[in-house]
Design a protein. Sequence first.
Length: 463
Amino acid sequence: MLKGRPLQYFGTCIALLNMLGMGWPSPFLPVLERDPLTSITKDEGSWIATTYLIAGPVGSIIAGIALNKIGRKRSLLLSALPFLTSWIIIAITQRLGFLLLARFIAGIGGGAIYSVLPIYISELVDPPIRGFLISVMGTLTIVASLFINILGYYVNITYSSLICTLPSVVFLLFFPFIPETPNYYIVNGKIDVARKVLSQVRGRQIDAEEIQELVESNEKGLAKAGVLDLFKIASNRKGLFVCLGTMGAQQLAGIVPIIFYTQTIFEKAAADFPVIASTSLLYVLLIVFSAVSSAIVDRLGRRPLLITSISCCCVALLMEGVNLYLKSQGGLNSIGLSWMTLGDLSFLVIGYSIGLLVLPSVFLSELFPLNVKGLAVGFCNIYFSVVAAAVSKLFQITSDHYGLHVPFFVFSASSFLSLVFAVIVVPETKNKSLEQIQIDLRNKDEHNKGEQTHLLKKYCSEQ
């Protein structure tokens, strides 16, 4: 039986398998638009993409409720079923109504995974490798997208969809043998079971004193909490503010619609190289540099990577906006523009990969106590889905009506504001236990209150 770090790595890898069934092959849309049986318009195609995001809040709400009711492990097992169902529907029929239904069902699974998986990993693994393993989620998402897109170029929709069910099938076969997190048992008062699981996960015997310290450090997390506790308790507000801000920064960098509409962007730039080659290059860069980020996030820290990432995105988006604007005014030849576009987008995905791709999930898993973690994750993922859907539609509407350069300028300005937010607000959590992070958040709030009281007394004494 696996114990200690080998169990932590193996369990995380099996849990991450479920993410390989996510994604939507962009080569499918041109095929569906040309097929006389489907005749999908571009607007309908954009809804196929955004329906997944719209359904995300449903999965987040369900997962937020299920986390403490049935556990993290069972919640993850259930999240695989929507992916299986959606791909089977797409394999059977490509009618618009069924495609929208399939993507909605898949979105429920996606919302559930992003709500549960960061919590599961953060509670299962040791602090020195927590950031690395959670950040691998972002890398796996890109690997899944690259795999599905390449598959979509060479295999028809039916067979591609059936192949995409395989990761979820493998996950369902192996994940039942991975343990539940000790924290779930503590939340439900099963201290003896928590001690046994913790011994297996840590690879050593856990004595009564050690488990008691863990319980006491989570006393506030064991108390019942409602939605309002996210906003009434200062440390929770701080964590929520950081998570919403970093998720907003992630989406307002515009990488999701830019990747989705890569083919359109290169066509506008009159690219003289195969679109599949440029698209594959962007995905490879995302994978390589997100892997680099995962490897160094626990060494360099969260803040430096986030600030560097947002800065790179801001500059790359501005450069590409200028390129596309000059092209629209006839100021650049098509050959020069196409290569500049490839360079700008490559710089963008590199910058995005080293921080924005992975760090919001890391913060979401680290900044909340046990009693509100499910509520916080559900709330943040609802926000994430709404912002992501809005950004995708914003890209389509502004580029169609005002020019392709406009959304790039908007995203660049948004990234500048995100940079200010990251510098001023975002804390460092490197190598800290979940309990220590909560202590730091509470102590900072108490320190701020003390300073406010001191200033008030000083002001009153001077009057």
